[in-house]
Design a protein around this ligand. Sequence first.
Ligand code: 173
Length: 324
Amino acid sequence: MTAHRTSPSRFLFVVAAMLAPGLVAAQEATLRMVSAFAENGIYVQHLQKWLQTFNSEGKGTLQINFIGGPKAIPTFEVGNAVKSGVVDMALSTGAFYTNVMPEADFLKLTQVPVAEQRRNGAFAAINELWMQKANMVYLGRMVENQPFHLYLNKKIDKPDLTGLKIRITPVYRDFFAGLGASVVTTPPGEVYTALERNVVDGYGWPIGGIFDLNWHEKTKYRVDPGFYDAEVSIVMNVDAYRKLDTRQKAFLDKQVAALEAMNGFWKTYAADETARQEKAGIQTIRFDAAGTKAWTDKAYEAGWATAMKANPDFAQKLKTLTAK
Ligand code: 173
């Protein structure tokens, strides 16, 4: 007689558990994460601080196993690895996965904080498109207030890059090429060698981070002002995300919110890195007023023109919601 040993309350609990798996004490899940940026660079250092808290507060709920940087998965392969589920999550920038969706690189053009993007619908529009085209959840933006610059070893006095060979990623392509540069795409891991062998006369990179891979040893000038805003974010495979239960999703959301809440760090870091570059002897190139305006205008004209060509609907939406 087993039937009457199951008390009504136990029976109800089992039914409730079957209907709402999120209410049951779930198993701990572990997500596999990679970075498209080098492990010893500022982005991964910043991420590691977050991962420590994540994994200590997430015991019994959710863990992230950080597998490594480009040695684990090459920089330009990271997007496909997330899309296909080879890994669950990645720290990357859109420029590194334009081979998955060209729109990924548009996010450098946004001029309002990610907090505002979450309020005004831009963040939701990004997620809708990322899900549809890249099988990704765009979880959160980890870097803000990091404008890009052109670093050079030859002096220029106007916004004209004719005769210069510049290391790029998709971030800078249409801007620099439009000013006459000949351009060569490399992952960050190949910049030092390209400079050392004089294969390039300069490179694009944000205001922060050039010391991480010793590029300052091979850099004479930085062109001011900076342009765009480096977009470095956490993306996640949609299927991996859907496998999480309610409690795990809530925990993940909370941790991502905490990560974005730390983004004030980048403004200070930009100031520190500017000072550090000056100390290292890197000279600032500034154009006259007309040249300066042309420099900035051309950056945004080139960026939005490419975006409008690749996906007019999304580009227009993003521009309306995030451009100044
Ligand atoms: O490699 C790059 O220059 C690049 O595209 C990038 C994007 C965001 C942050 C840092 C670098």
